[in-house]
Design a protein around this ligand. Structure first.
Ligand code: MN
Length: 251
């Protein structure tokens, strides 16, 4: 594990909400409706909302001017005084500064350590922990390079759309082919992350396997909280007064 897992912590407020993998898309109208209701409802009662990646099913650049309704809703939330933070997912890793300015959402590096109620907690999208998927990790290191991103963003929007559609089809085929085990986190990578970040709690998404996993590392209790995707229902983790609650949000 590299030094990025041991970055200085970010202080989080009292009442926080976490979501991940909303996968907003033109074809995901029900998820979008539910997420808009969430932003206008429950989220307004929080001090901060953390979006841990893959808010959008794809993001080909801030200049493509997609998802205006969601961007406006995020802007309304942050204008109302709720701090909003977003990590890049494997699908919307091109969210940039214009997205930030438009919505008031602050982009955070992945991973990042937040301090919640005095405890250091590691926040990450989760794809970097899925080290058994070698083909994906190879692709990840390519598309996360500044060079690749500069070249991609310089292409016309229609070309980028075409390439993104191809990439999504390729990703679907890969997911269908791969054994379920390799699409989950790797236990060794998880343990290394706990140790490198010196945390006892990790919150992530990406695997679409919501759950709370307790374990021991070096005799110390640790906990990994996994947020679910918003395909069939919503998924949300709330934090308040030292208590975490992972909930499914029925549609
Ligand atoms: Mn993901």
């Amino acid at each position: 594990m590299t030094e990025e897992w041991a970055a200085p912590p970010l202080d989080a407020p009292q009442r926080c909400l976490f979501v991940s993998d909303v996968h907003l898309d033109a074809a995901a109208g029900a998820a979008e409706q539910q997420f808009l209701q969430f932003l206008a409802g429950e989220a307004t009662g929080a001090d901060a909302l953390y979006i841990l990646g893959d808010l959008f099913e794809s993001w080909i650049g801030d200049d493509a001017l997609e998802h205006g309704t969601v961007l406006d809703a995020l802007a309304a939330l942050t204008a109302g005084g709720v701090a909003c933070f977003a990590l890049h997912g494997n699908r919307d890793f091109l969210l940039g500064e214009a997205f930030s300015r438009r919505t008031g959402c602050r982009l955070l590096p992945d991973p990042v350590v937040a301090r919640l109620g005095g405890e250091r907690v590691l926040l990450t999208h989760g794809d970097a922990l899925c080290t058994d998927d070698h083909a994906y990790q190879e692709l990840r290191s390519i598309v996360r390079s500044a060079n690749w991103q500069r070249r991609f963003l310089s292409l016309p929007i229609t070309t980028r759309q075409l390439l993104a559609n191809e990439a999504r089809a390729g990703s679907r085929a890969h997911t269908a082919r791969a054994q379920p085990r390799i699409m989950d986190v790797n236990a060794t990578a998880v343990e290394a992350a706990f140790r490198a970040a010196r945390v006892r709690r990790i919150i992530h998404g990406h695997t679409h396997r919501p759950g709370v996993h307790d374990a021991l590392i070096g005799g110390e209790p640790v906990q990994r909280i996994v947020l679910g995707a918003w395909y069939e229902q919503g998924s949300c983790l709330s934090y308040q007064d030292g208590r975490y609650e992972l909930r499914a949000l029925p549609r």
